[in-house]
Design a binder for this molecule. Structure first.
Ligand code: BGC
Ligand code: CA
Length: 342
C-alpha cells in the first residue's frame, strides 16, 4: 500500500470510530441519557416498603437511572446516602425518611444543590414541605386507613357478634398492636380505627396497647405476652399493619387458635400477599389496601417530570393538594373483595 492508501485507510477507520461513538451517544433509551433518580428506603426489610422498592424499580425500567439505597433505620446514614447521591449527579431525590421529623435536614441538602425532593410513605410536617417550593409528598391520607379499618371491623363484628362477644357485654375487648410511635400512619390508624367503631355506636374497651414497630416478630412477642395475661378475654386483635397481623396470627396458632372452634378476629393494613393468603385461610378477617403499586408509579412519574424541568404532574392523572402532597386512596379488604387486593 502506498502512502496515499495508508492515509485513506486511516481516515476511514477514524470516521468509522467517530460514527460508532455518535450512534451510541444518540441512541434512544441509552442509559447515559436517562435522568438519575436517587431514592432511599428507611428499611429494606420492612414488608410493605420492600413492595414499594420493587415497584419503583419496575416503573423506572428504561426511563430513568434509579438507585435505591437501604437506610437501615438509621437517619444519619440516610443523610450520608443523600450526600453521595447528590455528588453522583442525581437530578431528583426520592426519600422515604427514617425519622418523619428529619425532613428539614433533607430539604437543606436538596435546596443547597437546587434539586427537587419527593418524600414518600413517611409524611413530613406540612410546614417542612411548605418551606421549599421543590419539596413534594407522595403517600396516602393516613386517617383514611384508620377509618376504613374501623369500618371493616364494624361490619364483621355486627355479622358475628353472637359468637365474637365472648363475655356478652356488647363491647369489643381489644388489644392494639401499634406501628412506630410518631409515624403519621401509626398515630392515625390507632386513633381512627377505634373512633370509627365508637362513632358507629359500637362500644370498645382497650385491654392493652403497645408498639410492634411494624415488625412481625415483635408483634408475635407482644401477642404471646397478652395471650398469657388475658387469654380469651381478648375479642379482637387490631394491628396497624399486616406484618404485625401475621405476627399475631403466628402467636395465636401456637396457642391452638384457628382449629376447630377456637378463633380470634385479627385485622391489619396494607394487603401484602401474605395477608391475602391468611384471609383466604380464614386466619385474618380483614385489611386495608395500601397501594404500593400506584404510590411507586406516582413517585417515578413526578420524578421524571421534575428531572425534565416540567410541572410535576404534567401529562399524568395525578393531583397535588394545597400542601404539594399526592394521596393515593386506600381500599377496605375482606374475603368478599379479595380480588381488589390481588
Ligand atoms: C405501612 C407499614 C410500613 C410503614 C413504613 C406504612 O404505611 O402500612 O406496613 O411498615 O408504612 O413506614
Ligand atoms: Ca365483649
Amino acid at each position: 500500500m502506498n502512502k496515499k492508501g495508508i492515509l485513506a485507510l486511516g481516515l476511514s477507520t477514524m470516521m468509522l470510530f467517530s460514527m460508532v461513538g455518535c450512534s451510541s451517544g444518540g441512541g434512544k433509551g441509552d442509559s447515559a441519557e436517562l435522568p438519575k433518580i436517587g431514592a432511599t428506603v428507611y428499611k429494606a426489610d420492612d414488608n410493605f416498603i420492600s413492595s414499594v422498592a420493587r415497584e419503583l424499580k419496575t416503573n423506572a425500567e428504561g426511563v430513568a437511572e434509579l438507585t435505591v439505597d437501604d437506610s437501615q433505620n438509621d437517619q444519619a446514614k440516610q443523610l450520608d446516602q443523600i450526600d453521595t447521591m447528590i455528588t453522583k449527579g442525581a437530578k431528583v431525590l426520592a426519600i422515604n425518611l427514617v425519622d418523619p421529623k428529619a425532613a428539614e435536614s433533607v430539604i437543606e441538602k436538596a435546596e443547597a444543590a437546587d434539586l427537587p425532593v419527593i418524600f414518600f410513605n413517611k409524611e413530613p410536617d406540612a410546614d417542612a414541605l411548605a418551606s421549599y417550593d421543590k419539596a413534594y409528598y407522595v403517600g396516602t391520607d393516613s386517617k383514611e386507613s384508620g377509618v376504613m379499618q374501623g369500618e371493616v371491623i364494624a361490619k364483621q363484628w355486627e355479622a358475628n357478634k353472637e359468637k365474637w362477644d365472648k363475655n356478652g357485654d356488647g363491647k369489643i375487648q381489644y388489644v392494639m398492636i401499634k406501628g412506630e410511635p410518631g409515624h403519621p400512619d401509626a398515630e392515625a390508624r390507632t386513633e381512627w380505627s377505634v373512633k370509627t367503631l365508637n362513632e358507629k355506636g359500637i362500644e370498645t374497651e382497650e385491654l392493652a396497647i403497645d408498639t410492634g414497630m411494624w415488625d412481625a416478630a415483635k408483634a408475635t412477642e407482644k401477642m404471646d405476652a397478652w395471650l398469657a395475661k388475658f387469654g380469651d378475654k381478648i375479642e379482637f386483635v387490631i394491628c396497624n399493619n399486616d406484618g404485625m397481623a401475621s405476627g399475631a396470627v403466628a402467636s395465636l396458632e401456637k396457642e391452638g387458635y384457628f382449629k376447630g372452634d377456637k378463633f380470634m378476629p385479627v385485622v391489619g393494613v396494607d394487603a401484602i400477599p401474605e395477608i391475602v393468603t391468611l384471609i383466604e385461610e380464614g386466619k385474618v378477617t380483614g385489611t386495608v389496601l395500601n397501594d404500593a403499586k400506584n404510590q411507586a408509579k406516582a413517585v417515578i412519574d413526578l420524578s421524571l417530570n421534575l428531572a425534565n424541568g416540567k410541572d410535576p404532574v404534567e401529562g399524568t392523572d395525578w393531583k397535588l393538594d394545597d400542601n404539594k402532597a399526592l394521596r393515593v386512596s386506600y381500599v377496605g379488604i375482606t374475603k368478599d373483595n379479595l380480588d381488589d387486593a390481588k
